[in-house]
Every structure is written in C-alpha cells, then in structure tokens.
Ligand binder design. Structure first.
Ligand code: NAP
Length: 289
C-alpha cells in the first residue's frame, strides 16, 4: 500500500484514481474545482487537499492528469505546486499530454530535487480509463519506470518504455498524427458509402475484417453514422495535441502535411460548435447529400 497524491480528477484522472484506491492505495486528491475532489472522495474515500503542494507532502507517488503545458507548470512547478513539497526519492508520474520540451524540463527539475520522474501520456480514452485498460507510453530512466510500473498497472493494459525523458510525449504525438489521418479517411469513407446508398452495416461488417480495420472504425463508425458526438476525446484536446506535434515537427524536420490539414479541419469543427465533441465529429464538415 502506497501513499499517492492524485492531481486532476477529470474524465481521465477520475477513473484512474478510482482504480488506485481499488488496488488498496491511500489517496490524497487535488482538483482545481474543489467540489469535484470532494465529490470524488465522498464516493471513493481518501483525503482532499487544498493545493497540489498539500497533496504531495509525504506521498510516495505524485500523479498528475491535467490539461496542457500551462496547467502542468502550475500544479507541479508553481508556488503551491507539488515539487515544492515532495520528499526525496518519491516518484512523479505525469499522464497529461504536454510538450516534450516541458517533459524534459520537469525531468531536470525533478533530478535537482532527487525525485524520480516519468512522462507517461496515455491512449485509450475515457473508456480505457474506466475499464483500467489504458496504453501508456513512457519517457524517463529505467529506475523511475520500474518504480512507477506496479502503480500504473492498476489502470493500464500496456506500459511501454519508449526512451529518455520526453520520449513518451513524442510517442503520443505519433499516436495523434496516426489518429488524425485515420479519422479523416474513415469520415470520407463513411460519407462516400452514404452517398452511394450502400447498406452501412454490410459495408463495415465486410471491410472491418480486412486491411482497413482500425480502432476508430470498430468503435466509431456507428456513432458517426448516427451523428452522435457528445462523448469521448474532445476536439479542443485534439487541436492541442496536433499543435504539439506540429511544433515538434518544426523542430525535428519531419513533414506532417495531413496532420496539419486535419488540424485545420478541426478548426472548422470548432467553428461549428464542436469544441467538446468527440474527435469523430470530423465527419460533420463533410456534407451528407
Ligand atoms: P478534463 O476532463 O478536462 O480534466 C482535466 C482536469 O485537470 C480537471 O480536473 C481540471 O480541473 C484539472 N486542471 C486543468 N487545469 C488545471 C490547473 N491549471 N490547475 C489545476 N487543475 C487543473 O481532461 P481529461 O479528458 O481528463 O484529459 C486530461 C489529460 O489527458 C489531457 O492532457 C488530455 O489531452 C489527456 N488525454 C485525454 C484523453 C481523453 O479521452 N479524454 C485521452 C488521452 C489523453 P477542473 O475540474 O477545475 O476543470
């Protein structure tokens, strides 16, 4: 049983923290909107802290799952941030999707405080978090990963050590680049099938057993066909992630024109009011008839 501070009880963090209590760990939770933390603790037990620093004090592990670079900087490096109170030899795990540059900076700051640190963005969405079956791509040193793995096993079905600090975040960018292209292809295929007046059940039954199969096809074609998008991974988050990938591509010289184009398509979906809709809302910008 470990003392764990969990920061950020959103769509992903809430269920991940729940799996940790179910695994028998002692949790102290912090959330910017305090009422959410109080509600979580009333349901699952554990203590509620008033600041990240208070949550992190005396913890063996500090885990964050907040929004973007600014949010992680705030809750970890800020005046009331977790690093101001963490004990030496404790482990910091960040599950937020942020820039590789900030992940590397966190690793440097952690080392200067004798804290183990890994960047550990996740894939698998809300359903993966609820089911405890996330895929986690990790950056950092082996010692940190070995300490973090038994903890992350509570909500992961796959944990891969990709490389040094920042490599987990860079791998997550690869993930998002692949998803952007896949979803645009699926959107075009679906609209093409609709315009051709094909029986969609038969089409997707046939092609999902072949080379076009994907997680997006298996899990999203039906809801896309029904125009249902109020769930899942938000368009706003996807634009943040594609922005991170485009910045990184500018730095490493990679060309990702399809990801750049789909990012602009998502800007159109935002203009249609789809900010919090699932990324499969990409199909909305292609006319049906
Ligand atoms: P979310 O539901 O919006 O939750 C974010 C949580 O972080 C909220 O509890 C929020 O507090 C807290 N937070 C944000 N900024 C903060 C700040 N400056 N200080 C303190 N707390 C702050 O987001 P999510 O969907 O769980 O996503 C979290 C991270 O996981 C993001 O980086 C996202 O890209 C990544 N991710 C998400 C998914 C997905 O399917 N949702 C999948 C893979 C990865 P409040 O309650 O006050 O807003």
């Amino acid at each position: 049983m470990k003392q764990i501070a969990f920061i950020g009880l959103g769509v992903m963090g809430g269920p991940m923290a729940r799996h940790l209590t179910a695994a028998g760990h002692q949790l102290t939770v912090y959330n910017r909107t305090l009422s959410k933390a109080e509600h979580w603790a009333a349901q699952h037990g554990g203590k509620v802290a008033q600041s990240p620093a208070e949550a992190a004090k005396g913890a063996d592990f500090v885990i964050s799952c907040v929004g973007n670079d600014d949010d992680v900087t705030n809750v970890i490096l800020g005046n009331e941030g977790a690093f101001s109170s963490m004990q030496k030899q404790a482990v910091y795990i960040d599950h937020s999707t942020i820039s590789a540059r900030l992940a590397r900076q966190l690793a440097v700051e952690a080392k200067s405080k004798d804290i183990f640190c890994i960047d550990a963005p996740v894939s698998g969405g809300q359903a993966g978090a609820e089911a405890g079956k996330l895929s986690i791509m990790c950056g950092g040193n082996v010692d940190a990963l070995n300490l973090a793995t038994p903890i992350m096993n509570a909500y992961a079905s796959r944990i891969v050590h990709v490389g040094k600090a920042g490599a987990g975040q860079t791998a997550k960018m690869v993930n998002q680049i692949c998803i952007a292209g896949t979803l645009q292809g699926l959107s075009e295929g679906l609209r093409f099938a609709q315009k051709s007046d094909l029986d969609l059940d038969k089409v997707f039954d046939a092609i999902s057993g072949g080379a076009a199969q994907s997680w997006q096809m298996d899990n999203r074609w039906k809801s896309m066909a029904r125009d249902e998008f109020d769930f899942g991974f938000a368009v706003d988050w996807m634009r943040k992630d594609l922005g991170l990938a485009l910045d990184e591509a500018r730095a490493n010289g990679a060309t990702i024109p399809l990801a750049a184009m789909v990012d602009q398509f998502y800007a159109e979906v935002q203009a249609m009011g789809g900010n919090r809709q699932d990324t499969s809302a990409l199909v909305r910008r292609i006319l049906k008839k």
